[in-house]
Design a protein around this ligand. Structure first.
Ligand code: PEP
Ligand code: MN
Length: 289
């Protein structure tokens, strides 16, 4: 087999303990000892929804919020996301709760507005090899979460990261979210082998998204623990105030209580592998209940 890193000069580790720590905000980073737990709905649906998510998850604690406003949907007749209005909702909960927000950018034309409202840009699986989009986010001064393509090899995944790095953006966070296989019981196959390999071969932080991998909420907590046990730097998990009512990906969404339990039940594993979960520092203007 060819060496998948032979052209990945910027993503490759240069020494055994070479690890990039990437700042999402003044207080939140990923790739160091502390895990990054990202929670939130598949799609931003309303201000009330995101307020409910942020107020509950700030104390979980999660360190960042997610929510799509430009949604890559299989059907053009499905909800496509709130767009600009959704970006304003994300910016408003970020300001109120002090949690950085991550949202997907699907097109070059969306980059400026997304970068103006969000702390981290997400490139979704379907765009992992949209090379013009990768080059464009390579010129942005915000971290990028790059999700693995539905059927991308490790080499293709790393070379997609290399596109962003080589265009000037050093802040690339990889995210394994499951790959297509023959069994439809799980939506995708969570490839933890590749998570371990990426940690060995690259210095970039690696997140795991167990939600899109599993496609079923009852699998998400155990997969999360497995991901942290094998060395992932954090998780991106879908959750919703009323999971059954989610406009997209309802079947995999956790309730907010389940999300809080997931974080609490992760601590023992995190400690066992030398990692920690940051405790909350309440925002001065927030009353935590
Ligand atoms: C998402 O994170 O909402 C999403 C669409 O994920 P993926 O690109 O991994 O399918
Ligand atoms: Mn989703």
């Amino acid at each position: 087999m060819s060496n998948p890193m032979h052209q990945a000069t910027l993503a490759a580790k240069t020494h055994a303990d070479h690890r990039s720590v990437i700042a999402l905000s003044d207080t939140v980073s990923v790739g160091g000892e502390s895990l990054l737990i990202v929670g939130g709905p598949c799609a931003v649906e309303s201000l009330a929804q995101m307020e409910a998510v942020a107020s509950r998850l700030a104390t979980a604690p999660v360190q960042a919020l997610r929510g799509g406003v430009y949604k890559p949907r299989t059907s053009p007749y499905s909800f496509q996301g709130m767009g600009q209005e959704g970006l304003e909702i994300l910016a408003s909960v970020r300001d109120r709760y002090g949690l950085p927000v991550i949202t997907e950018v699907m097109a070059i034309a969306q980059i400026e507005a997304v970068a103006a409202h969000a702390d981290v840009l997400q490139i979704g699986s379907r765009n992992m090899q949209n090379f013009d989009l990768l080059k464009a986010v390579g010129t942005v001064n915000k971290p990028v979460v790059l999700k693995r393509g539905l059927a991308a090899t490790l080499e293709e995944f790393v070379m997609a990261a290399e596109y962003i790095l080589s265009h000037g953006n050093p802040n690339v966070i990889l995210c394994e979210r499951g790959i297509r296989s023959f069994d439809s019981y799980t939506r995708n196959v969570l490839d933890l082998g590749t998570v371990v390999a990426l940690k060995q071969l690259t210095h970039l932080p690696v997140l795991v998204d167990p939600s899109h991998a599993a496609g079923k909420r009852e699998l998400v907590a155990d997969l999360s623990r497995a991901a942290i046990a094998c060395g992932a730097d954090g998780l991106m998990v879908e959750c919703h105030p009323q999971p059954e009512q989610s406009v997209s990906d309802a079947r995999q969404a956790l309730s907010l209580d389940e999300m809080v339990d997931l974080v609490n039940n992760l601590r023992a594993i995190a400690t066992a592998v030398g990692r920690s979960i940051a405790t909350v520092e309440p925002m001065p203007h927030l009353t935590l209940v």
